[in-house]
Structures are given as C-alpha cells and as structure tokens.
Design a protein around this ligand. Sequence first.
Ligand code: B12
Length: 356
Amino acid sequence: MSFGVASTAAEALRTQQASLAQSLVERQFALSPQLAERYGAAGRIKCLEDANFHLSFLAEAVDLGHPEMFADYIAWVKVMLTARGIPPADLVNYLTLLCDVLLEALPAEAGTAAARVVDQSLRELPNMPLEVASFLDPQAPLTPLAHEYLALLQRGERQLACQRILDAAAAGSSVRDIYLGVFQPTQREVGRLWQMNHISVAQEHYFTATTQWVMSRLYPQVFTEGKDIATLVATCVSGNLHELGIRMLADLFEIRGWKTFFLGSNTPTAAVLEMVAQQGAQVLAISATLMPQVTTAQSLIAKLRTDRRFDHVRVLVGGHPFNLSPGLWRKIGADGHARDADEAIELAERLIGVDS
Ligand code: B12
C-alpha cells in the first residue's frame, strides 16, 4: 500500500467513522434479529460504541502502515468475546461485514486499502489463541511475592498486601526490583484477568489504586539528594489514562540521579511542551498504551520538532504499540524506544552522551 493511499484511507476512516459504525451496526442487527430481542436499545448503543472503537484502531493501523497492529487488536477482541460466551465464528462474520461496509462506503482505493488490513486479521484469526497466558513468570525471583500480593488483593486484604511489599523493601528488595518484578507483572495480570472475565472493572480499579498507594509509600527511597545527571519530563499523551508504567519509569530515572518531572495521565500537547521548555529538559519520555494514541504521540513530536527551543531534546516513546511493532518509534519521529524503565535509562543516557 503506498503512503498516499494509506493516509487517504485513514483520513476517510476517521472522517466517516460515525456513519461507518452506524452502517455496521444496522447490518449486524438486520442479519441477527435476535440481537435486538436479547439486548434491546442499550445493546445497540453498546455495539455502536464498540464499532467506533474498532474503527479507531483500524484507522491507526492503516495510517501507520502496520497491519499487525490491527491483528493484535483483533486477537485481544477474540479473547474478550470468547470469555463472554461469544464464539469466534461471530467475530469472523462481523469482520466480513466490516469489509463489505468499507468497500461500499469508502472511496474505491481507500476502501480496498482498509479492507485489506481487516482481511489480513481475518486470515490470522483461526490461529489466534482463545486465552492469554499468565504474566507471572515462574522463573523470576520476585514471582512468589507477586502471587502473594495479588492473592491478598483478591481477598480484599489491602493492608496486608501493602505490608508484604514494605517488608520486602525493608529486607533489601530495591524499588526497581519491586516495580519491575512485582507491580509490572501483577498489573498486566490484572488486565488479563479482566480481559478473561475473571475479575470486574471495579476490582481492577481497586488493585491499581492499591499499587499506586504502595508506590507512594516507597517514595523515601525514590527521592534522594543529588539530581544532576540530566532533566527528564515524563508523560502520557493526551487521551492516555494509563499512568503507572510511565510513573515507574520516571521514578527509576529519579533514583538513578536524574531530575524528573512526571506529568501523569492525559496531558495536553501544549502543556507538555511548555513544561519541557520551562524545565530545560534534555529528554522527553512519552507513553502511549492504546493504538489510537500513537498518532497523538506523533503529532506531539512533530510540534516539538518545529520549535528551535527543543533542538537539543531527545524523545523516547514507549508502551504496548511500540513494544509490538519494532520500528514504529522511528516512523513517528522519536529518537528511540525502550521496552521498560531499565532499557530506557541506558538509552536516554546514550542519546544525550552521559558516561555511565
Ligand atoms: C490499570 C489499567 C487501566 C486503568 C489505568 C489507571 C492508571 N491510573 O494508570 C484505567 C481504568 C484508567 C484503564 C482504562 C482503559 N483501559 Co486499561 N489497563 C490497565 C492495566 C490493567 C494495567 C496498566 C498498567 O499499569 N500496566 C503496568 C505497566 C508497568 O506496564 P506498561 O504500561 O506497559 O509500562 C511499561 C513499559 O511499557 C514501558 N513504558 C511505558 N510507557 C513508556 C514510555 C517510554 C518513553 C518508555 C521508554 C517506556 C515506556 O515501561 C513501563 C515500565 O517498565 C492494563 C493491562 C496491561 N497489560 O498493562 C489494561 C489495558 C492496557 N487496558 C485496556 C483497555 C481496553 C482499557 C480501556 C479502553 C477500557 C475501557 N473500555 O474503558 C480504557 C482506555 C483508557 C484510555 N483512554 O487510555 C487493555 C488494552 C487492550 C488493547 N488491545 O489495547 C489492557 C491491555 C487490558 C486488557 N488486557 O484487556 N486501564
């Protein structure tokens, strides 16, 4: 697919998203009248929301020329639906319907380009797994603690769960080890449990809120004297509510001896740039979790690059879409990508020429 066709197709998908979603749901309900009987008007609204969500992921994969991003998303949908009693055959029918709608409603070349990306996922769908394996690695040294932490939270024992972590820190586990060996895998495990319908949204919120709270209790070890290596601004892109990963990253830079400015979730582009300028940061770390957030990161980087005040600033990106598609970071104009906080520190220091 040529670059021009891809961006025209993505633009058409975005401008026509609402009407495409509407047509898709109308056909879905026309083909399966039992849907209206079973789920009523509320079900129709939910289907419309879902259709808009699917189309936003599709537009991103088409725009960036990474069809595997949409396939990864469909693999996620397959697990979600299976866990809620909806068989993969229904997803096959749905995606086939989506191809028809795209070919009919979009301008010819754009429709073909978008349908091709959907078709690739359709072909891969039979080999996509029905379940996701646990994120708790049996070989990792802190996995027993991770299991215990999660089990205590599942029983509603917040205080005990926190105490186990504080005890491990007192016994010599570093903040880095606890972040990357306990919180990162348990947070991902919590996501998996939600995806597989084993825990509720409320439980996921409770686990995350607890983890944020224990992280704060570890701060005496994070905030120490002598922050003179360099300055980092770390943030989620506008629209991204997942702040734990980038917060861990900022904390580990802080421990390493950087001066850090962690801005949290959903930060508007202009505010990020203002902070980078005010603090004279050498490195900007941007986090995107859902695929439609990648082009938001891209436009943030593009804005930064047009301003001479930021000529010296190096930009790192991270989060699931970048971990999935190697080379995506380069395509959106970043200076580098790292899979986790450890790798990020090494890379940032190499990029700005700090001797380690
Ligand atoms: C907690 C959580 C939430 C919370 C976040 C609260 C908070 N204060 O952060 C809330 C409830 C807000 C939320 C909302 C949603 N979520 Co959510 N969420 C999660 C969950 C369970 C944990 C996230 C987390 O803390 N991960 C742990 C951290 C440590 O990992 P990390 O983010 O990958 O970060 C590491 C690296 O990636 C890297 N890194 C990250 N950023 C950067 C940046 C740079 C520069 C670098 C170098 C490296 C780097 O370093 C980090 C540390 O090592 C994940 C599951 C998962 N797999 O992560 C789902 C998950 C990400 N969410 C998901 C979904 C679907 C959603 C919603 C759409 C749900 C909905 N219907 O509303 C919304 C979207 C919100 C939005 N607009 O962003 C899906 C995404 C699926 C997909 N295909 O994209 C996941 C995977 C759950 C699942 N298994 O289904 N979520």
